[in-house]
Write a new protein. Structure first.
Length: 135
């Protein structure tokens, strides 16, 4: 059913849009590569459900991220990121020169926990109408 709606959308894009070449390439990729089509549908479902989406090219490896990368990924200041590492909330180590390196797997796990907590809080406020309460 969803593949049909995707197909319909892409076909209409081919006919009605200046981006018809792009829509045509996407349609061809989806029709010839079922794994890609499945991934695309899972991503769009996650977007619809407002779920966290992380695409990791090498999920089997645990590489390390620099503090600047972690700041951008988590949307936090460097002192906060460093405190998470120093407090053991995120795994990593310091280099010989004292630079912090953060475990990518640990950072992504922490990001998922943040997203889950935020989603639970948002659901609570929506379900209870608590955002309308005055203290």
């Amino acid at each position: 059913m969803k593949v049909l709606s995707l197909q319909t959308h892409l076909e209409s894009q081919k006919e009605n849009s200046a981006s018809s070449d792009k829509a045509k390439r996407v349609f061809e990729l989806m029709s010839t590569n079922p794994e890609l089509a499945d991934l695309f549908l899972r991503v769009t479902d996650s977007i619809d459900d407002q779920e966290l989406i992380v695409i990791d090219a090498h999920p089997e490896e645990d590489s390390y991220l620099k503090a600047e990368e972690v700041e951008k990924l988590l949307g936090m200041s460097r002192p906060t990121c460093n405190a998470l590492l120093d407090g053991g909330k995120i795994l990593g180590h310091k280099t010989e020169k004292g630079h912090r390196r953060f475990s990518k797997k640990s950072v992504l796990s922490y990001l998922q926990k943040l997203h889950a907590a935020s989603s639970a809080k948002d659901k609570f406020y929506k379900d209870t109408g608590a955002e309308d309460w005055e203290l």
